[in-house]
Design a binder for this molecule. Structure first.
Ligand code: FE
Length: 218
């Protein structure tokens, strides 16, 4: 009798388990019904996580804020919004610069405005138009990507790219980026060693470089 009761109880418990399992499966199936949203959300999360890891890996907290440097005489108001500032026929070695806008604690800043302007490979600015001028907003991971050329020398100046970085709702940080291994760096009064681009080898086509803009925020 006891054995029979036990068997009944076990049977009932098993049935309950089965009911529960069915309910869970139903719930899973219900969740899975909204596949497009769930899938795209998961993909976006994974991508954000990967890029956040890249950002974190390229920044050691507490990081030193960028050095603010003079705007110089060639900034032109109202540049176009674009990440490719070079064009067919522009003199200079094609160059792709990537990086992040980050706080001193390496938190990526989305929607930061990054405004670049520079001379072409012969050291000439386009002061009539907007060639080699343009601004962009960092993406959700604080990343930017610039397609340009390596700038040339002009009297008194080593190779440099001008930049204004403006975190959303924040102040503007004006600075300049420099290239390693340029002999004129040591004769340039504006040059700052901590604003050197991390440059790929000369054999890479196009040349690529990275630079993280650390703004003076916690
Ligand atoms: Fe300049």
């Amino acid at each position: 009798m006891r054995v029979l009761l036990l068997a009944l109880i076990v049977g009932l418990l098993a049935a309950c388990g089965s009911v529960t399992a069915t309910a869970q499966n139903t719930a899973t199936a219900a969740t899975a019904t909204s596949v497009p949203t769930a899938t795209s959300g998961a993909t976006a999360t994974a991508s954000a996580s990967t890029n956040a890891t890249v950002a974190a890996a390229s920044c050691a907290s507490p990081a030193t804020a960028l050095t603010e440097l003079t705007e110089g005489p060639y900034y032109k108001a109202n540049p176009p919004q674009r990440s490719t500032i070079t064009a067919t026929g522009v003199a200079g070695t094609p160059f792709v610069l990537t990086g992040f806008v980050l706080t001193k604690s390496c938190a990526p800043l989305a929607n930061a405005r990054v405004d670049f302007w520079q001379a072409d490979g012969n050291g000439n600015y386009d002061n009539a138009g907007y060639t080699l001028r343009g601004w962009q907003l960092t993406d959700a991971n604080g990343a930017y990507r610039l397609e340009t050329v390596i700038p040339g020398l002009y009297p008194g100046r080593t190779e440099h790219i001008h930049v204004k970085v403006t975190p959303a709702g924040g102040q503007t940080y004006t600075t300049q980026l420099f290239f390693p291994g340029v002999s004129q760096n040591s004769n340039d009064s504006i040059y700052a060693a901590n604003m050197l681009i991390n440059l790929s080898s000369a054999s890479a086509t196009p040349r690529t470089g990275t630079f993280n803009f650390i703004v003076n925020l916690g």
